[in-house]
Design a binder for this molecule. Sequence first.
Ligand SMILES: NC(=O)C1=CN([C@@H]2O[C@H](COP(=O)(O)OP(=O)(O)OC[C@H]3O[C@@H](n4cnc5c(N)ncnc54)[C@H](O)[C@@H]3O)[C@@H](O)[C@H]2O)C=CC1
Ligand SMILES: CC(=O)C(C)=O
Length: 256
Amino acid sequence: MSKVAVITGGAQGIGKGIAERLGNDGFNIVINDMNIDLAQETVEEFKKNNIDAIAVEGNVAKQEDQFDLVKKAVDKFGSVDVFINNAGIDQVEAVEDITPDNLDKIFNVNVYGTVYGTQAAAKQMKEQENGGKIINACSIAGKTAFELLGAYSATKFAVHGLTQVSAKELAQFNIKVNAYCPGIVGTSMWDRIDKGMVEYKGLKEGEAWQEQVNGIPLERSQTPEDVANLVSYLASSDADYMTGQAINIDGGIEVH
Ligand SMILES: NC(=O)C1=CN([C@@H]2O[C@H](COP(=O)(O)OP(=O)(O)OC[C@H]3O[C@@H](n4cnc5c(N)ncnc54)[C@H](O)[C@@H]3O)[C@@H](O)[C@H]2O)C=CC1
Ligand SMILES: CC(=O)C(C)=O
């Protein structure tokens, strides 16, 4: 029987790239997203390419939605073998301008969402008794400073820490927990970050993005497929002895 991968925030961007790659690797795919129309469109696109997939609407910041997501995955495909805590949101603000509301909002999705996804996945994986893999979306901003991404960066440092602690706690159940740390990926998230940075710095549209891309040693921006190549490995049996790692995949921006 095919293994099952759940990808949160999988309707577009990096999550979609991961879902497509894992589908091509032979997994049955469950896409969660708040944008259910787009998630359905993605599923229809996958089905045309012989990937068996369903879409489940839900907000990762709600614990009950995460448990419902796992239940729907098991009802449809029988198990959850890989769970990707991918959904995340951005904010562009100087630290001095961060508001309590914005801080709540970004921690709710990026940090609480990762905790709830891990809880729901771990419960199911323990019941299955053959372990599993939980893979978190971190970022190089979870390891190093990015000007104007203070709140976002704090959430990714938190995801980095959660990855390490979850790995230690869940190892005894043969559940591995790792994270991917992308660099500058061309998705709707970076369209918004560019807009925010352009406003702050008085630049022209696209200039903030270009500034970042110019700093990439491999001399090109990153694609969701670049990230998916790493996640495919982390989800595979080749990574069975790896846990607690947050791995950079960023074209050489962050080298320690
Ligand atoms: N784009 C980039 O350069 C980088 C992105 N990342 C991380 O990768 C992950 C994916 O990023 P992108 O694909 O660029 O983002 P994106 O904004 O292009 O796509 C995110 C998807 O998540 C969904 N989503 C947002 N909040 C949600 C919620 N509360 N519940 C369920 N779904 C929700 C959105 O509807 C959207 O479909 C994020 O965690 C992000 O922080 C990390 C490093 C770099
Ligand atoms: C969005 C993000 O994580 C970076 C590093 O650009």
